[in-house]
Ligand binder design. Sequence first.
Ligand SMILES: CC(C)(COP(=O)(O)OP(=O)(O)OC[C@H]1O[C@@H](n2cnc3c(N)ncnc32)[C@H](O)[C@@H]1OP(=O)(O)O)[C@@H](O)C(=O)NCCC(=O)NCCS
Length: 189
Amino acid sequence: MLRIDGERIYLRDHRAGDLESFHAWLSDPVVARYLTFRTSTRDQSFIQLADALQENDKETRTKYFFATVLHENDHIIGEAGFTIKARAEHGGIADLGYFLLKPYWGKGYATEATELMLAYCFKVLKLHKVVATCDAENKASERVMKRCGMVQEACPKKDYLLNGEWRDRLGYGILYEDWIKHQEPMDGS
Ligand SMILES: CC(C)(COP(=O)(O)OP(=O)(O)OC[C@H]1O[C@@H](n2cnc3c(N)ncnc32)[C@H](O)[C@@H]1OP(=O)(O)O)[C@@H](O)C(=O)NCCC(=O)NCCS
């Protein structure tokens, strides 16, 4: 089971016992406001969790879905993960995302989770680029990407369908060489 430790949180592969918290965020209309894959029933969440669990044991893994857990009490506060969408002998590209239960917003946890995923993608998986997208109005998500050193690369208009409405998206990305530079001020502090 993969586990990535940070200062206040850790990311770990999902277990079957995560269904309660998994369903809580995935079916919450506030958390899932900008999601196209939100669920309404526990059975639907179970199917999505089962898909995530299947990925854990794959030899050539392309999907990493993690529970985001607090060190202090082992409570699951949300989900974070990434999909490797391209891979070559040298480098590859991952697309990441993050979701937190509402009581845990605004405490920097998504930023910490994203920093952990970036470090894993660049240092362990040796990818050359990580990207992420959000709804153009999802300011909290955009701020997380910026805080982690990602830069806006695209703003595709009416690019995805949400509740019957075509909506604009923001595309952010960071290259390995720029991520390394972003680490320097923190290493020196
Ligand atoms: C997006 C999300 C994960 C952010 O989590 P978080 O832990 O609150 O994020 P952080 O605390 O690390 O950082 C949030 C930043 O956004 C800012 N922010 C929050 N809401 C904002 C808003 N409405 N407008 C502008 N900035 C906002 C915060 O002030 C903070 O920036 P700062 O530290 O520079 O002040 C959380 O809001 C969430 O789960 N939303 C629902 C799911 C979702 O939309 N996920 C992203 C899908 S692309």
